[in-house]
Ligand binder design. Structure first.
Ligand SMILES: Nc1ncnc2c1ncn2[C@@H]1O[C@H](COP(=O)(O)OP(=O)(O)OP(=O)(O)O)[C@@H](O)[C@H]1O
Ligand SMILES: [Mg+2]
Length: 280
Protein backbone atom coordinates (compact mmCIF):
# COMPACT_ATOMS: atom_id res chain seq x y z
CA UNK A 1 0.00 0.00 0.00
CA UNK A 2 1.26 3.46 -0.90
CA UNK A 3 2.34 5.09 2.35
CA UNK A 4 1.01 8.43 1.14
CA UNK A 5 -2.61 7.33 1.01
CA UNK A 6 -4.29 8.43 4.25
CA UNK A 7 -5.47 5.56 6.41
CA UNK A 8 -8.94 7.09 6.80
CA UNK A 9 -10.65 9.69 4.64
CA UNK A 10 -14.10 11.16 5.22
CA UNK A 11 -15.32 13.16 2.25
CA UNK A 12 -18.36 15.41 2.89
CA UNK A 13 -20.00 12.89 5.20
CA UNK A 14 -23.52 13.58 6.43
CA UNK A 15 -25.60 11.37 8.65
CA UNK A 16 -29.20 11.82 9.72
CA UNK A 17 -30.72 9.29 12.15
CA UNK A 18 -34.08 7.81 11.14
CA UNK A 19 -35.58 10.00 13.90
CA UNK A 20 -34.53 13.05 11.86
CA UNK A 21 -31.56 14.14 14.04
CA UNK A 22 -28.78 15.48 11.83
CA UNK A 23 -25.81 14.03 13.68
CA UNK A 24 -23.03 14.61 11.09
CA UNK A 25 -22.88 17.65 8.83
CA UNK A 26 -20.36 17.82 6.01
CA UNK A 27 -17.56 16.11 7.88
CA UNK A 28 -14.22 16.14 6.04
CA UNK A 29 -11.29 14.40 7.61
CA UNK A 30 -7.96 12.69 6.86
CA UNK A 31 -6.20 10.50 9.37
CA UNK A 32 -2.83 8.96 8.55
CA UNK A 33 -1.35 5.60 9.38
CA UNK A 34 0.32 5.58 12.79
CA UNK A 35 -1.43 8.73 14.01
CA UNK A 36 -2.77 9.15 17.54
CA UNK A 37 -5.82 11.37 17.30
CA UNK A 38 -8.35 12.61 19.83
CA UNK A 39 -11.96 13.39 19.00
CA UNK A 40 -13.49 15.83 21.45
CA UNK A 41 -16.73 17.75 21.83
CA UNK A 42 -19.60 18.12 24.25
CA UNK A 43 -22.37 15.54 24.73
CA UNK A 44 -24.30 14.99 21.52
CA UNK A 45 -21.61 16.60 19.31
CA UNK A 46 -21.57 13.55 17.00
CA UNK A 47 -18.39 11.76 18.13
CA UNK A 48 -19.86 8.29 18.55
CA UNK A 49 -21.94 8.65 15.39
CA UNK A 50 -18.76 9.50 13.50
CA UNK A 51 -16.95 6.37 14.60
CA UNK A 52 -20.01 4.18 13.97
CA UNK A 53 -19.75 5.18 10.31
CA UNK A 54 -16.16 3.93 10.16
CA UNK A 55 -16.93 0.24 10.48
CA UNK A 56 -20.17 0.31 8.54
CA UNK A 57 -22.47 0.01 11.58
CA UNK A 58 -24.26 2.97 10.06
CA UNK A 59 -23.85 4.12 6.46
CA UNK A 60 -23.57 7.87 5.67
CA UNK A 61 -26.72 9.51 4.32
CA UNK A 62 -24.36 11.16 1.83
CA UNK A 63 -20.61 11.48 1.29
CA UNK A 64 -17.89 8.86 1.11
CA UNK A 65 -15.53 7.10 3.51
CA UNK A 66 -12.27 5.48 2.44
CA UNK A 67 -10.06 3.18 4.44
CA UNK A 68 -6.66 2.39 2.92
CA UNK A 69 -7.91 4.19 -0.17
CA UNK A 70 -10.91 1.87 -0.62
CA UNK A 71 -14.51 3.07 -0.39
CA UNK A 72 -16.03 1.26 2.58
CA UNK A 73 -19.37 1.01 0.82
CA UNK A 74 -17.85 -1.92 -1.03
CA UNK A 75 -17.01 -3.70 2.24
CA UNK A 76 -19.18 -5.59 4.71
CA UNK A 77 -19.26 -4.94 8.48
CA UNK A 78 -17.39 -8.26 8.92
CA UNK A 79 -14.59 -7.16 6.56
CA UNK A 80 -14.37 -3.75 8.15
CA UNK A 81 -14.34 -5.05 11.70
CA UNK A 82 -11.14 -6.98 10.92
CA UNK A 83 -9.45 -3.68 10.11
CA UNK A 84 -11.07 -1.48 12.71
CA UNK A 85 -11.56 -2.37 16.33
CA UNK A 86 -13.94 -0.13 18.24
CA UNK A 87 -14.20 -0.14 22.01
CA UNK A 88 -17.55 1.47 22.66
CA UNK A 89 -18.47 3.92 25.40
CA UNK A 90 -20.54 1.39 27.33
CA UNK A 91 -18.74 -1.98 27.62
CA UNK A 92 -22.00 -3.68 28.69
CA UNK A 93 -23.08 -3.55 25.05
CA UNK A 94 -19.92 -5.32 23.96
CA UNK A 95 -19.53 -8.17 26.45
CA UNK A 96 -21.84 -11.16 26.22
CA UNK A 97 -19.87 -14.36 26.93
CA UNK A 98 -20.08 -16.51 30.06
CA UNK A 99 -16.46 -16.03 31.10
CA UNK A 100 -13.58 -13.68 30.51
CA UNK A 101 -11.76 -16.53 28.73
CA UNK A 102 -14.71 -17.14 26.37
CA UNK A 103 -15.05 -13.44 25.64
CA UNK A 104 -11.51 -13.33 24.24
CA UNK A 105 -11.96 -16.73 22.58
CA UNK A 106 -15.13 -15.60 20.79
CA UNK A 107 -13.42 -12.52 19.45
CA UNK A 108 -10.42 -14.48 18.17
CA UNK A 109 -12.52 -17.27 16.64
CA UNK A 110 -14.26 -14.72 14.48
CA UNK A 111 -11.03 -14.29 12.51
CA UNK A 112 -8.76 -17.29 13.21
CA UNK A 113 -9.56 -20.90 12.39
CA UNK A 114 -6.58 -22.69 13.93
CA UNK A 115 -7.45 -23.91 17.43
CA UNK A 116 -3.87 -23.90 18.69
CA UNK A 117 -3.28 -20.34 17.53
CA UNK A 118 -6.50 -19.18 19.19
CA UNK A 119 -5.52 -20.88 22.45
CA UNK A 120 -2.07 -19.28 22.37
CA UNK A 121 -3.47 -15.83 21.65
CA UNK A 122 -6.05 -16.13 24.45
CA UNK A 123 -3.29 -16.88 26.98
CA UNK A 124 -1.14 -14.01 25.71
CA UNK A 125 -4.08 -11.62 25.93
CA UNK A 126 -5.11 -12.75 29.42
CA UNK A 127 -1.54 -12.21 30.60
CA UNK A 128 -1.04 -8.85 28.89
CA UNK A 129 -4.24 -7.47 30.40
CA UNK A 130 -3.65 -9.06 33.81
CA UNK A 131 -6.82 -11.15 33.47
CA UNK A 132 -5.40 -14.61 34.23
CA UNK A 133 -6.89 -14.38 37.73
CA UNK A 134 -10.34 -13.63 36.25
CA UNK A 135 -10.27 -16.14 33.39
CA UNK A 136 -13.28 -18.12 34.64
CA UNK A 137 -15.23 -15.16 35.96
CA UNK A 138 -18.36 -13.82 34.27
CA UNK A 139 -17.74 -10.46 32.60
CA UNK A 140 -20.91 -9.30 34.37
CA UNK A 141 -19.07 -9.66 37.67
CA UNK A 142 -16.20 -7.35 36.77
CA UNK A 143 -16.01 -3.74 37.90
CA UNK A 144 -16.89 -0.98 35.41
CA UNK A 145 -13.21 -0.23 34.82
CA UNK A 146 -12.35 -3.92 34.38
CA UNK A 147 -15.21 -4.35 31.88
CA UNK A 148 -13.76 -1.55 29.80
CA UNK A 149 -10.36 -3.21 29.96
CA UNK A 150 -11.88 -6.54 28.87
CA UNK A 151 -13.63 -4.81 25.96
CA UNK A 152 -10.24 -3.39 24.95
CA UNK A 153 -8.59 -6.82 25.32
CA UNK A 154 -11.26 -8.50 23.20
CA UNK A 155 -10.64 -5.99 20.41
CA UNK A 156 -6.85 -5.79 20.64
CA UNK A 157 -6.35 -9.55 20.56
CA UNK A 158 -7.50 -9.39 16.91
CA UNK A 159 -4.69 -6.96 16.12
CA UNK A 160 -6.72 -4.43 14.09
CA UNK A 161 -4.94 -1.79 11.98
CA UNK A 162 -7.14 0.94 13.47
CA UNK A 163 -8.12 1.08 17.13
CA UNK A 164 -10.93 3.39 18.21
CA UNK A 165 -11.50 3.85 21.91
CA UNK A 166 -14.65 5.73 23.01
CA UNK A 167 -14.10 7.32 26.43
CA UNK A 168 -11.14 5.29 27.76
CA UNK A 169 -10.64 7.50 30.80
CA UNK A 170 -14.22 7.54 32.04
CA UNK A 171 -14.40 5.73 35.37
CA UNK A 172 -10.76 4.58 35.22
CA UNK A 173 -8.20 5.16 37.93
CA UNK A 174 -4.87 6.83 37.14
CA UNK A 175 -3.00 3.50 36.97
CA UNK A 176 -5.39 2.05 34.38
CA UNK A 177 -5.29 5.23 32.30
CA UNK A 178 -1.50 4.95 32.27
CA UNK A 179 -1.76 1.28 31.26
CA UNK A 180 -4.13 2.15 28.37
CA UNK A 181 -2.07 5.02 27.06
CA UNK A 182 1.21 3.09 27.24
CA UNK A 183 -0.37 0.17 25.43
CA UNK A 184 -1.91 2.36 22.74
CA UNK A 185 1.33 4.28 22.21
CA UNK A 186 3.16 0.98 21.77
CA UNK A 187 0.60 -0.03 19.14
CA UNK A 188 0.99 3.35 17.46
CA UNK A 189 4.74 2.79 17.21
CA UNK A 190 4.00 -0.55 15.52
CA UNK A 191 2.13 1.37 12.82
CA UNK A 192 -1.42 1.24 14.20
CA UNK A 193 -3.75 4.19 13.85
CA UNK A 194 -5.33 5.16 17.16
CA UNK A 195 -8.43 7.29 17.65
CA UNK A 196 -9.50 8.21 21.16
CA UNK A 197 -12.79 9.89 22.01
CA UNK A 198 -12.65 11.73 25.28
CA UNK A 199 -14.03 14.67 27.26
CA UNK A 200 -10.86 14.83 29.31
CA UNK A 201 -8.92 17.93 28.18
CA UNK A 202 -6.07 17.34 30.62
CA UNK A 203 -5.58 13.80 29.30
CA UNK A 204 -5.70 14.95 25.68
CA UNK A 205 -3.26 17.80 26.10
CA UNK A 206 -0.81 15.49 27.85
CA UNK A 207 -0.99 12.41 25.64
CA UNK A 208 -2.71 13.08 22.30
CA UNK A 209 -0.86 15.19 19.70
CA UNK A 210 -3.83 15.98 17.43
CA UNK A 211 -7.38 16.94 18.35
CA UNK A 212 -10.45 16.93 16.15
CA UNK A 213 -13.00 19.09 17.91
CA UNK A 214 -16.67 18.55 17.08
CA UNK A 215 -19.72 20.67 17.73
CA UNK A 216 -23.29 20.08 16.52
CA UNK A 217 -22.22 17.42 14.04
CA UNK A 218 -19.50 19.55 12.48
CA UNK A 219 -15.74 19.72 12.82
CA UNK A 220 -15.03 22.97 14.59
CA UNK A 221 -11.24 22.65 14.73
CA UNK A 222 -8.59 20.12 13.76
CA UNK A 223 -4.93 20.51 14.71
CA UNK A 224 -2.34 20.26 17.49
CA UNK A 225 -4.11 19.57 20.83
CA UNK A 226 -1.97 22.14 22.61
CA UNK A 227 -3.17 24.91 20.27
CA UNK A 228 -6.82 23.93 20.10
CA UNK A 229 -7.45 23.10 23.74
CA UNK A 230 -5.82 26.25 25.08
CA UNK A 231 -7.67 28.54 22.66
CA UNK A 232 -10.33 30.25 24.79
CA UNK A 233 -12.52 31.18 21.83
CA UNK A 234 -12.58 27.72 20.30
CA UNK A 235 -13.13 26.04 23.67
CA UNK A 236 -16.04 28.34 24.40
CA UNK A 237 -17.55 27.67 20.96
CA UNK A 238 -17.32 23.94 21.65
CA UNK A 239 -18.86 24.40 25.14
CA UNK A 240 -15.86 22.73 26.75
CA UNK A 241 -13.81 23.94 29.71
CA UNK A 242 -10.19 25.03 29.38
CA UNK A 243 -7.58 22.74 30.97
CA UNK A 244 -6.91 23.69 34.59
CA UNK A 245 -3.34 24.75 33.81
CA UNK A 246 -4.61 27.16 31.13
CA UNK A 247 -7.21 28.59 33.53
CA UNK A 248 -4.49 29.06 36.12
CA UNK A 249 -2.22 30.75 33.56
CA UNK A 250 -4.97 33.22 32.71
CA UNK A 251 -5.51 33.96 36.41
CA UNK A 252 -1.75 34.49 36.94
CA UNK A 253 -1.50 36.73 33.86
CA UNK A 254 -4.37 38.85 35.23
CA UNK A 255 -2.28 39.31 38.37
CA UNK A 256 0.58 40.50 36.18
CA UNK A 257 2.58 37.28 36.52
CA UNK A 258 3.90 36.29 33.11
CA UNK A 259 3.97 32.54 32.40
CA UNK A 260 5.91 30.74 29.64
CA UNK A 261 3.93 30.03 26.44
CA UNK A 262 4.86 26.36 26.39
CA UNK A 263 3.43 25.59 29.82
CA UNK A 264 0.69 22.96 29.48
CA UNK A 265 1.21 20.30 32.11
CA UNK A 266 0.54 20.38 35.85
CA UNK A 267 4.14 19.37 36.61
CA UNK A 268 5.45 22.26 34.50
CA UNK A 269 3.15 24.66 36.35
CA UNK A 270 4.45 23.36 39.68
CA UNK A 271 8.05 23.82 38.48
CA UNK A 272 7.25 27.32 37.25
CA UNK A 273 5.59 28.32 40.53
CA UNK A 274 8.44 26.87 42.63
CA UNK A 275 10.98 28.87 40.63
CA UNK A 276 8.79 31.98 40.68
CA UNK A 277 8.15 31.82 44.43
CA UNK A 278 11.78 30.93 45.11
CA UNK A 279 12.87 34.09 43.32
CA UNK A 280 10.63 36.30 45.47
N1 LIG B 1 -29.65 5.92 17.89
C1 LIG B 1 -29.91 7.22 17.76
N2 LIG B 1 -31.11 7.62 17.24
C2 LIG B 1 -31.41 8.93 17.10
N3 LIG B 1 -30.57 9.94 17.43
C3 LIG B 1 -29.38 9.59 17.95
C4 LIG B 1 -29.00 8.22 18.16
N4 LIG B 1 -27.75 8.20 18.70
C5 LIG B 1 -27.38 9.49 18.83
N5 LIG B 1 -28.35 10.33 18.39
C6 LIG B 1 -28.31 11.79 18.35
O1 LIG B 1 -27.26 12.18 17.46
C7 LIG B 1 -26.52 13.27 17.98
C8 LIG B 1 -25.06 12.86 18.14
O2 LIG B 1 -24.97 11.84 19.11
P1 LIG B 1 -23.61 11.07 19.46
O3 LIG B 1 -23.96 9.89 20.28
O4 LIG B 1 -22.87 10.85 18.20
O5 LIG B 1 -22.88 12.18 20.34
P2 LIG B 1 -21.52 12.10 21.17
O6 LIG B 1 -20.68 13.24 20.72
O7 LIG B 1 -20.94 10.74 21.09
O8 LIG B 1 -22.03 12.42 22.66
P3 LIG B 1 -21.54 11.87 24.09
O9 LIG B 1 -20.36 12.70 24.47
O10 LIG B 1 -22.71 12.15 24.96
O11 LIG B 1 -21.23 10.41 23.96
C9 LIG B 1 -27.21 13.67 19.29
O12 LIG B 1 -28.11 14.71 19.02
C10 LIG B 1 -27.95 12.40 19.69
O13 LIG B 1 -29.11 12.73 20.43
MG1 LIG C 1 -20.58 9.27 22.47
Amino acid sequence: MNGKIPKIVLDSVNYTYPSGTKALLDVNLNINKSELVGIMGKNGAGKTTLIRTLNGLIRPSSGRIFINGRNINDQSIAQLSKKIGIIFQNPNHQLFSNTVYEEIEFSLKSIYNEKELVRKKIEETLTLFDFQRYRNRSPLNLSGGEKKKLALASIMCRDPEIIVFDEPTLGQDAKEIEFFINLLRKEQKLGKTIIIITHNVEFTIEFIPRTILMSNGKILADGPSKNILTNEKIIEQASLILPQVSQFKIALNKLGIKTPDNLYKEDDMIDFLSTYLGSK
